[in-house]
Design a protein around this ligand. Structure first.
Ligand code: ADP
Ligand code: ASP
Ligand code: MG
Length: 419
């Protein structure tokens, strides 16, 4: 039997009516001759509520219990979806992660897949069941405890099942009808793309476009899964949505293909750090040990006085991290200072910044993208605080209040509304 994976996100299973709507889409594929693995998220808002309950109960919570609580949202929707399908006459059975089993590492809160043995689901399909409804976002550790994969992780569950079961396609049903040139909720001119290359999608996702979890794109790329994003609220067929595929499948690509943003960033500067070998390692070692996800790093060496004749030279060291990790970062740096391994005059935190990035494979071979980006931001009077680049992206850190404006200005400057 040909097999499809269909994943429904939180808004697509937000209430019983929407679960029924999603179930009808599944039934349609079963009627067309497919066996289907359905991956469901928790009802929208549910995971946030569960996380809130954990944090209110225990500030420095035990991550194993966080996962036990937070994974429960998906269990509810998996059971309800199986029941709805049964009511419609479709033989369906629900599966929690441990029942499959979805074996993961024991990194609670951000576990990774280790293996997904096919035997149990295959046996059920062989019995005549047409649909396996699997709770997304969760798995089981080698110690036998429930794990979760990080926010947005059901996308990754879907791709992992598509790879493990050799699915014809992995369809991600969500509340937008595809991947856009930028978030259509903050830029009215955003344009839906028919296709996007894995590399570009990977950058957009890791730079904040939450339409797909970054890890899901990585897995799809590695295992050559045909990955598609489409709307659960519209009538859809094989041509709907956006296909995430190899670069070679895309006839022409623009220099810049998308704009992404990440709202909740912070910038931390250590003022007048000694300029000597080993300083960066003395700062970023403790930050890594504290689990801080450092993103952009800037160290500006003053050429004046930077030679053997001026041994007392100093520099500033700036880095960015997610805003909810500021306290942890501060503590790591201050502890290192108290222990005498770093010397600096002051630590300055700016918690009101956002990161805006432009992404495009064409940047590999085109000059001038940075200049165009900076001029577009300048003409809107948006001040750039930090700049970071890689082969196919340029990111800037700016005041959060200008984030929407910056996204729109960049979308205009690179004429992304034009196909
Ligand atoms: P789900 O609950 O279905 O997993 P998410 O909220 O995680 O849905 O992801 C869908 C959302 O991603 C959209 O509602 C949209 O606001 C946002 N988004 C951000 N960037 C993009 C983009 N480039 N294209 C489409 N959607 C985007
Ligand atoms: N429910 C989880 C979350 O909100 C996983 C997901 O929806 O992908 O992050
Ligand atoms: Mg999501």
């Amino acid at each position: 039997m040909p097999l499809l994976v269909m994943k429904f996100g939180g808004t697509s299973v937000a209430d019983l009516e929407r679960i029924e709507n999603a179930a009808k889409k599944v039934q349609k594929e079963v009627d067309r001759g497919y066996d289907v693995i359905v991956i469901v998220s928790a009802m929208s808002g549910k995971t946030n509520e569960l996380v809130g309950w954990v944090e209110t109960t225990s500030k420095l919570y035990d991550a194993r219990e966080y996962d036990a609580v937070v994974a429960s949202g998906e269990n509810v929707t998996a059971g309800l979806m199986a029941l709805r399908l049964q009511e419609m006459g479709v033989p369906a059975r629900s599966w929690q992660g441990w029942q499959v089993p979805i074996n993961t590492t024991s990194a609670h809160g951000s576990a990774r897949f280790v293996s997904i043995p096919r035997d149990n689901l295959d046996a059920k399909f062989a019995e005549g069941f047409k649909v396996a409804v699997v709770a997304g976002f969760q798995g089981v550790s080698p110690e036998g405890r429930i794990t979760t994969l990080g926010r947005g992780g059901s996308d990754t569950t879907a791709v992992a099942f598509a790879a493990a079961f050799g699915a014809e396609r992995c369809d991600i049903y969500t509340d937008v009808d595809g991947v856009y040139t930028t978030d259509p909720r903050i830029c009215a001119k955003a344009r839906k793309m028919d296709k996007i290359a894995f590399e570009e999608m990977l950058e957009l996702a890791s730079l904040g476009a939450k339409v797909l979890q970054t890890r899901s794109v990585e897995l799809a790329m590695r295992y050559k899964v045909r990955l598609r994003v489409l709307s659960s609220f519209e009538d859809t067929d094989e041509t709907s949505g956006t296909l995430v595929c190899d670069e070679e499948e895309i006839m022409e690509s623009k220099v810049v293909s998308g704009v992404a943003y990440s709202r909740d960033e912070a910038k931390i500067t250590l003022v007048t750090v000694e300029d000597r070998p080993g300083v960066a390692s003395a700062i970023f070692g403790p930050l890594a040990d504290a689990g801080v996800n450092v993103d952009m790093i800037v160290q500006n060496i003053s050429e004046k006085g930077h030679d053997d004749a001026h041994p007392g030279a100093v520099t500033d060291m700036t880095f960015s991290c997610p805003v909810n990790q500021v306290e942890r970062a501060k503590k790591a740096v201050e502890d290192a200072r108290a222990a005498g391994s770093i010397v600096y005059e002051d630590l300055v935190v700016d918690s009101d910044v956002a990161k805006v990035s432009v992404v495009g494979i064409g940047m590999r071979s085109h000059a001038g993208v940075a200049a165009k980006m900076f001029s577009a931001l300048a003409s809107e009077n948006v001040n750039i605080k930090v700049i970071g680049t890689s082969e196919i992206k340029i990111s800037v850190l700016i005041d959060r209040k200008y984030m929407e404006l910056a996204v729109q200005a960049l979308h205009d400057a690179f004429e992304l509304e034009k196909g």
